[in-house]
Design a binder for this molecule. Structure first.
Ligand code: SF4
Length: 82
């Protein structure tokens, strides 16, 4: 698994706890940092593929990633039926 992109993230020099917030205000603060991150897409894919439940990854909250995974699952099921 290639994780070299992690060193290029906007969070590389920030305290990890910023990305594991305990409330919605913290989630939004983390997402603002992710919004301009040059490796956002790789980060999000890493979290989705590895089913990372906790924290803000790739500019998404835990809930948003659950929705994305569900959407992907439904798309794959629909494609399999064609
Ligand atoms: S998208 Fe966010 S969590 Fe991911 S590397 Fe960038 S700043 Fe860090």
């Amino acid at each position: 698994m290639d994780t070299n992109w992690m060193a290029q993230g906007n969070c590389a020099e920030k305290p990890p706890e910023v990305f594991f917030p305990s409330d919605g205000v913290g989630v939004e603060a983390a997402k603002r940092i992710c919004a301009t991150c040059p490796v956002q897409a790789a980060c999000l894919e890493h979290a989705l593929v590895n089913r990372i439940d906790h924290g803000v990854w790739g500019g998404t909250s835990e809930r948003q990633r659950r929705r994305l995974l569900k959407s992907r699952r439904l798309d794959a099921q629909a494609a399999a039926r064609v």
